[in-house]
Design a protein around this ligand. Structure first.
Ligand SMILES: Cc1ncc(COP(=O)(O)O)c(C=O)c1O
Length: 366
């Protein structure tokens, strides 16, 4: 008789459950300062809390497909209607649904590294082949390399994903380069998880009107500050959205997140306050740590800042460990581009940011 292990599809063998040790640690010890996962330091606004409470009382009811909130999202993005919008339990689920819709085992997904880790995880689950195209590290900047992405395309390429701004590098790719890649006709995902921090005016959502193969994703986990609620969405051409929506798990977004998301999207003052706070704090941290001799700062358009401490003579991991002794969790970064100096800081409260700046300066001065 065959063993149960022999029945698993081969491509999931050896893959383990995704665990973020930092998040586990922070929930275990609530005194720790969470500056590692690009969360928002502000708790939900009163308006959002009121919606959570109101719909909490209706949690005995199944959710619908979110036509009200989808209509609101379409409106915010200048799209025709709810048929241009698909909802997910965070954008992480939205990627899963997109990847499932385009990738068969052996098909290729192109990502531009360094980047968000979930693209790879969901690709592996499907037996897809991940093709990582590195950004270019030049004169203290990590630059997009659209030519290399176009060169990496093969007949097996079924998806290309680029975050704009990218995590962790914090920068944008030029619109003309998005268009060059979109011109290939391959499904092209533009991940705009952090776009609200710099405003939606120059979002790549406009490409949807010109390209049926472009899909834009957003989340309420970042500027809206609702990471624990799990609400993300995808925007695209209505026929494409309809086909991908066929893969959705029924009732994937619960009643509470759906209506709380609507309240958050309507709370424009709440968003503006969070964005302004974040951008002021980014400027403060960049100025302070940019003054540390030898420190390379990657100017951030999201709620996180990447640093390369190589020029200070310190290692990124050692900085992270030093700051962690003071109860602040930062994000280490694997060595890359011949440097072990990289680390990432998520914007926290004003006090957390001040403490972080002081401890990093203190360590670098040793
Ligand atoms: C680039 C990028 N995209 C998407 C997400 C995921 O967000 P969600 O909470 O919506 O799954 C993150 C979270 O860190 C991210 O950095």
């Amino acid at each position: 008789m065959k063993k149960i292990e022999d029945y698993f599809v081969p491509w999931i063998k050896g893959i383990e459950m995704y665990i973020s040790p930092h998040i586990e640690m922070a929930w275990e010890d609530r005194n720790l300062h969470r500056m590692m996962s690009n969360e928002n330091p502000h708790q939900p606004s009163e308006k959002v809390l009121a919606a959570i409470n109101k719909y909490g009382k209706m949690a005995n009811r199944y959710s619908d497909t979110g036509s009200v909130v989808r209509t609101k999202i379409a409106e915010l993005n200048g799209l025709a209607g709810p048929e241009n919008v698909m909802l997910g339990n965070g954008t992480s689920e939205v990627y899963d649904m997109m990847w499932r819709s385009f990738l068969a085992p052996g098909d290729e997904l192109i990502q531009h590294t360094p980047c968000f880790g979930i693209y790879k995880l969901r690709c592996n689950i499907l037996g897809g082949k991940l093709v990582s195209v590195p950004m270019i590290y030049e004169e203290g900047q990590l630059l997009f390399d659209p030519d290399a992405i176009i060169k990496a395309v093969t007949p097996k390429t079924k998806l290309i994903v680029i975050a704009n701004p990218n995590n962790p590098t914090g920068n944008f790719m030029a619109e003309k380069d998005f268009r060059r890649i979109a011109d290939l006709g391959i499904p092209f995902v533009v991940d705009e998880a952090y776009k609200e921090y710099s405003g939606l005016e120059d979002s790549m959502v406009k490409l949807i009107k010109d390209y049926k193969n472009v899909l834009v994703t957003r989340t309420l986990s970042k500027a809206y500050g609702l990471a624990g609620l799990r609400f993300g969405y995808m925007l695209g051409n209505k026929e494409v959205v309809s086909q991908i929506s066929a893969t959705l798990i029924p009732w994937n977004v619960g009643t509470i997140p759906m209506w709380a998301a609507l309240a958050a999207l309507e709370d424009t003052e709440g968003l503006a306050m969070r964005v302004k706070f974040n951008n002021d704090q980014v400027a403060y941290i960049e100025k302070e740590l940019g003054a540390v001799p030898g420190m390379t700062v990657f100017h951030a358009r999201g709620n996180y800042i990447l640093f390369d401490a190589k020029g200070t003579g310190k290692k990124g991991d050692d900085i992270v460990a030093y700051v962690q002794e003071k109860g602040i969790i930062l994000r280490p970064q694997n060595p890359m581009y011949d440097s072990d100096g990289f680390f990432r800081v998520t914007i926290g409260t004003a006090e957390e940011n001040r403490m972080t700046v002081e401890s990093i300066k203190e360590y670098c001065a040793k």
